[in-house]
Write a protein that binds this ligand. Structure first.
Ligand SMILES: Cc1cc2nc3c(=O)[nH]c(=O)nc-3n(C[C@H](O)[C@H](O)[C@H](O)COP(=O)(O)O)c2cc1C
Length: 359
């Protein structure tokens, strides 16, 4: 699982003067702040009334992602950068407020595969009809509504425009955040794979690796380079020993791509230029998925990432890593010279003048 912090927008959906909404949002933020810190979640309060979104005024369908207005681009950036949402919403005439519907309608893929929880409030229904109304709309946008919910009856809970303290309600708020966070993590592969280049296995996809993937990369390295250690009779192999912080460091300086399936890192490769050479390294595929073309695909991804000035692809492997050598030879690589005393074999492939990167 990625260690990236989650960003959750807390949307205050009422916009009228002296609305109760801001007080409800304030209660929620206070009630879940400690839990959010434990869960590595940044809570970002957003008042829909402060976004200055007019009634939807974009010409193109939101699924196009073409936005003419600055207010839409700002909203798109805010929603696109979030991992989940809590809508703090009143019930207006048995439904969600128009401001919420309008804000939802503005965007498309920015909402997709992210969880949304509801804190509703109202009179006898405690705002639950508003939530039911919103749920059927949000699923069209591929937002995933939570089962956990907080429903507040204003007559019981509020006095003089504020919410009375209520530990049961506080616990419900925390339970809502817990479920939201679990779902946000579980849905990450769906978010990552949307629009990503597909991998060779059904449902697999390629995604750039970031320092937040260091834990998964460390596990992959340890399980992949054990065979190298056995084949070459040496433990002096850096990927076997690197700690998570060390992996985090190199992920920040190399361009690395991961091959993923349902949130599992199946393989990776890293690249970087060195003069006219293009260094390709750490090509790895999990042992149970070998022989299915993953390594060849990753190698192709690495080669395609090279700029037009690159004249030579260079990679290294253990001199006794026969399986790797066979793969590289099959892709046109040849040893540069006999293996050195450290048992490391360098292989290279010359490349002609090529078009700029297609990745
Ligand atoms: C236009 C409007 C429609 C309302 N409709 C309902 C309703 O259908 N059900 C309900 O329980 N309360 C309804 N109410 C009462 C609201 O729940 C209550 O006024 C609440 O404070 C509204 O939230 P706000 O103060 O954040 O705007 C309505 C209030 C307004 C202003």
């Amino acid at each position: 699982m990625s260690t990236k912090r989650l960003r959750v927008l807390v949307l205050t959906c009422s916009t009228r003067p002296k609305a109760l909404g801001p007080a409800v949002a304030r209660w929620l933020l206070d009630a879940v702040t400690d839990r959010a810190a434990e869960l590595d979640v940044d809570l970002v309060p957003v008042g829909l009334g402060e976004l200055n979104l007019p009634f939807l005024d974009e010409e193109d369908h939101p699924s196009s992602g073409r936005y003419r207005h600055e207010h839409t681009r700002r909203w798109s950036e805010l929603v696109g950068g979030a991992d989940g949402f809590v809508a703090v919403t009143p019930e207006y005439n048995y439904g969600m407020p128009a401001a919420l519907k309008n804000a939802l309608d503005y965007l498309g893929r920015e909402w997709a595969w992210k969880p949304i929880g509801f804190v509703s409030y109202g009179n006898t229904s405690a705002g639950t009809r508003s939530v039911q109304h919103a749920k059927q709309v949000v699923t069209t946008l591929r937002l995933v509504p939570l089962g956990a919910t907080v429903a507040i009856r204003i007559g019981d809970a509020a006095r003089d425009g504020r919410l009375r303290p209520d530990p049961v309600r506080d616990a419900a708020g925390t339970a809502l955040l817990d479920e939201l966070v679990r779902l946000a993590h579980a849905l990450r592969p769906m978010r990552d794979s949307a629009g990503a280049p597909p991998g060779p296995l059904p449902g697999s996809y390629l995604r750039r690796l970031t320092p937040d993937d260091a834990a998964q990369v460390t596990v992959l390295q340890r399980c992949c380079w054990v065979e190298e250690a056995v084949a070459n009779d040496t433990m002096a192999i850096p990927p076997l020993h690197e700690s998570v912080p060390e992996v985090r460091d190199w992920l920040a300086s190399w361009d690395a791509t991961g091959l993923w399936l349902d949130g599992r890192l199946l393989g990776m490769v890293r690249t970087r230029p060195d003069g006219a050479d293009w260094h390709i390294g750490r090509l790895a595929v999990v042992p149970d998925q070998r022989g299915r073309g993953l390594g060849r695909r990753l190698l192709r991804v690495a080669e395609e990432a090279a700029g037009p000035d690159v004249r030579r692809m260079v990679l290294f492997t253990g001199a006794k890593s026969l399986r790797n050598i066979e793969l590289y030879r099959g892709q046109g690589y040849r040893p540069v010279s006999p293996a050195g005393p450290d048992g490391i074999l360098s292989l290279a492939k010359d490349v002609g003048v090529r078009p700029a990167s297609r990745r």
